[in-house]
Design a binder for this molecule. Structure first.
Ligand code: SF4
Ligand code: SF4
Length: 96
């Protein structure tokens, strides 16, 4: 199991309150808002951290480049290079 899988398991086992706090910390490292694929709709709906939460619900429908390989969260957990475009293609774990 790699570091990302360990982190996802850790999240699964957290209480709802701890999970929310941890997800908010993770979201603060997410650089999707500066990506050309990100849009106003996603911003308005506060969609972030697609690598963990999965595809954009209704907002992102076209791939225009992906910044995930340069994201600090992705680099810390060794994701974002082999798989990315999480907002369109689903979570890291789903793409594996
Ligand atoms: S890897 Fe991509 S989706 Fe995940 S936190 Fe970084 S920028 Fe956001
Ligand atoms: S997941 Fe990748 S393509 Fe989608 S908005 Fe984030 S950085 Fe851009």
């Amino acid at each position: 199991m790699d570091e990302f899988e360990e982190k996802m398991n850790e999240l699964d086992q957290m209480s709802d309150e701890n999970k929310t706090t941890t997800m908010n910390q993770m979201k603060s490292d997410c650089i999707c808002p500066i990506c050309p694929t990100y849009n106003e709709c996603a911003k308005k709906d506060d969609e972030l951290l697609f690598c963990v939460t999965g595809k954009s619900k209704n907002c992102i429908t076209k791939e225009r480049g992906c910044m995930c390989p340069t994201c600090p969260f992705a680099q810390e957990y060794g994701i974002g290079v082999k798989y990315n475009f999480y907002c369109m293609r689903d979570t890291e774990l789903e793409q594996r």
